[in-house]
Structures are given as structure tokens and as C-alpha cells.
Design a binder for this molecule. Structure first.
Ligand code: ITT
Length: 204
């Protein structure tokens, strides 16, 4: 079975491919199908945005599709950047490094520890009758704190400043195998596996 990933984020793609590598799936990205879709993320929840992305790519490809919406919620900032984790920095074409720097600048006025959590919802979207789609949702969280200096080369996004006390390392220092075992995305995609297996076995 072919499964399309409704994301243009290379970090997410690599992680999801590795997490699903034990299933008998051919995993495709939008570029593999020359699909260029800009899906406005206008939902009010991670689930809504994951479904918007998943459904757009499912309809365009006719394939079962996995959409991921994720974000970082920082307690001292009342949950920001949250849903807006990618659009947090008010400059065009911001990089991951810009986002990390901007976040730390916002936090300097607050006492440490800067408690935070990563959230991820994946929407597994499959074609249904009459041009409709069916969606199942699966979520995962990972708890830690933001630190003021970057540590580690792995991962992407906010990983170098997201410290996990139980591991004694930042997310960027874990390596992909460990990250996928404990991360928000790892947990969400693991939770989606039974639904994926049902589709694979033609039971859904
Ligand atoms: P797609 O919409 O194409 O999937 P995106 O990067 O725009 O890619 P989101 O809208 O879900 O994805 O934005 C989530 C942002 O949250 C992402 O760009 C990172 O800045 C951050 N983020 C999410 N998961 C992360 C992770 O595992 N490690 C570090 N940062 C992460």
C-alpha cells in the first residue's frame, strides 16, 4: 500500500518514515508525486490543521494520507507559540534558528525553568465513497523545558533548545531512534499504527 505524507517539512518526513518502517508501506512525499499544494492552516486546533493538510493531499492524490500538525507550548508564554510555532517570528522566510532565538528572547524576562511541551496530532485520511474522506486522529506529547543555549545537531526546529530532564539531553542530542521513541510525533504516529494496519489489511 502507498501512504502519502502531507508535509513539506523534511524533518517530519524523515521521522515518520523511520517510525513506520516496520509496516509494509511505500511511503511517498508530495515531491514524489509532483504535488504542490499550499494548504492554509486556518484551524483552531492541531487536529483541525492536521486534517486540513491530510484531506487536501488525500483528495489530490486519491491515496491514504497522513497529515501532521505540531507545535511547542511554553508555560510562561501561556502556551505560545503553540499552533503558530512555524509562523511565530514576525519576519518573512524565518529559519529554525530565527525561531529559536526569538523564543529565547521572549523568555529572558521570565524565571527558569521554562517548562514546555511538544504536541503533535496526526490525521490519517483515507478516500471514502462519494468523493468524501474518512479521518482518524492520534496525538502525542513530550514534556521538557526550554534552555537558553543550543545543544546538539540532530532533529529540527526547536529541538536544540528543548531539554528533557529524564534524558539529561536536549531533543537534538538524542539521535533519531531515541527521539522517535519518546517524542510527541513518535507517540502520535505509533498510536496511528493500528488504524493504518486496518487499512493495509482492507478492514477499514
Ligand atoms: P508542514 O505544515 O508542511 O507539515 P510545518 O513545518 O509548517 O510543516 P507545522 O505547521 O506543524 O509544520 O509547524 C510546526 C512547527 O513546530 C515546526 O515548523 C517546528 O518549528 C515546530 N516543531 C514541530 N515538531 C517539532 C519537533 O519534533 N522538533 C522541533 N520543532 C518542532
Amino acid at each position: 500500500m502507498r501512504l502519502l505524507l502531507a508535509t513539506n517539512n523534511r524533518g517530519k518526513m524523515a521521522e515518520i518514515k523511520a517510525i513506520l518502517s516496520d509496516l509494509d508501506l511505500e511511503i511517498l512525499t508530495p515531491a514524489d508525486l509532483q504535488l504542490e499544494l499550499e494548504v492554509p492552516e486556518v484551524g483552531n486546533t492541531y487536529a483541525e490543521n492536521a486534517a486540513l493538510k491530510g484531506a487536501a493531499f488525500c483528495r489530490a492524490s486519491g491515496l491514504p494520507t497522513l497529515g501532521d500538525d505540531s507545535g511547542l507550548e511554553v508555560e510562561a508564554l501561556d502556551g505560545a507559540p503553540g499552533l503558530y510555532s512555524n509562523r511565530f517570528v514576525p519576519i518573512p522566510h524565518a529559519t529554525d534558528a530565527d525561531r529559536r532565538k526569538y523564543l529565547i528572547e521572549r523568555l529572558l524576562a521570565h524565571p527558569r525553568p521554562w517548562k514546555a511541551r511538544f504536541c503533535c496530532t496526526v490525521a490519517l485520511v483515507r478516500p471514502a465513497d462519494n468523493g468524501q474522506v474518512r479521518v482518524s486522529y492520534h496525538e502525542g506529547f513530550c514534556y521538557g523545558e526550554i534552555i537558553p543555549e543550543e545543544r546538539g545537531e540532530g532533529g529540527f526546529g526547536y529541538d536544540p533548545i528543548f531539554y528533557i530532564p529524564e534524558e539529561g539531553r536536549t531533543m537534538a542530542e538524542l539521535g533519531m531512534e531515541v527521539k522517535n521513541r519518546i517524542s510527541h510525533r513518535g507517540r502520535a504516529v505509533q498510536a496511528a499504527k493500528p488504524a493504518l494496519v486496518e487499512i493495509l489489511q482492507g478492514r477499514a
